[in-house]
Design a protein around this ligand. Sequence first.
Ligand SMILES: Cc1ncc(COP(=O)(O)O)c(C=O)c1O
Length: 369
Amino acid sequence: MFTDLPEYPWQSLKPFREKASQYKDGAIDLSIGSPIDETPQVVQEALRSFSNAPGYPSTGGTTQFRESVVKWFASRRNVLALDPDQVMPTIGSKELISWLPVLLGLGKGDVVVQPKVAYTAYAVGAAFAGATLVSEDDPEKWPTTTRLVWINSPGNPDGKVLAVDDFAKAVKRARELGALLASDECYAEMGWSSPWDKEVIPSVLDPRVCGDSHDGILSVYSLSKQSNMAGYRAAFAVGSKQLIRELVNLRMHAGMMMPLPTQQAVIAALGDSEHVQTEKELYRSRRDVLLAAVKHYGFEVSDSEAGLYLWATLGEDCWKTVKKMAQLGIVVVPGSFYGEFATDHVRFSLTATDSDISRAASRLENALG
Ligand SMILES: Cc1ncc(COP(=O)(O)O)c(C=O)c1O
């Protein structure tokens, strides 16, 4: 058994969940970013209508699947020049993130770069491959042995958005190094503060970022959040044709295929921007309520310009804050889960019902008397 990985970090929140559950009207769990609103009817209907699927699905995705991704990038992400052969389905994006270094053949001596404050799966991927993990945001400091760079915009947990210039610098440096730049972008439709409440959040595939070539870059996207499809495992990756061809080949050998009914559900989801807008408005009102309460309690909120989290600090060790929140019956994630540069922050998730969000807000607002 592979033993280099520690126990899944969420296990260590168990005592705080127990503490929170002793609160007089129960625990409110804001630690998990798992969507709770219904999967849109248009998506459910597509899944049902394609439930007869006796044959194996194609690993590279049906033509209609790949074309629907191309269309979505053109209409929602400012990326006009894509070819369907640059697209590949993934079974949610976490599996791709965790296995990409292995699929790329990385190993000892190779460096995988991740953001200083990072979603946990990038480190898992580096560990699976036996590669060295470096947490560094400044492209100039990426080591010469770098083979893969993860950037994440909007970021989990910090909700930070990379502007076109930041992205372009990352692309330039990765190309100099001959490293693959992989950009994890699944919160791109959830922008809150100016300018991202109006402007399209850039993709690494945007010509202002990468010029007219997609060589050496990969955009990773998921419908788990914006379409409440986490249970479908519905995601895709888009990049240079050669890279996609090679990845599809490996994934074909390994049987890593998105089920056909899910492919159809993705096509339906990408063809309907209305439900994404509806979901965004729900999150906006939850965010407004929770943000006011978190600030009222005394938190300083960092970044959190986009995405489904509030990234906040009381200026103390995160575990102390986790404990304070558990005493109010609220479960939050300690920043230490996201690396050594985040130990004074905690993450509040917006993926809770309106009622839970407003109950959490009242607890925070009334806590100080
Ligand atoms: C930044 C980021 N990337 C990827 C994922 C994985 O999404 P999924 O595997 O559901 O597609 C998540 C999920 O929380 C995430 O926050």
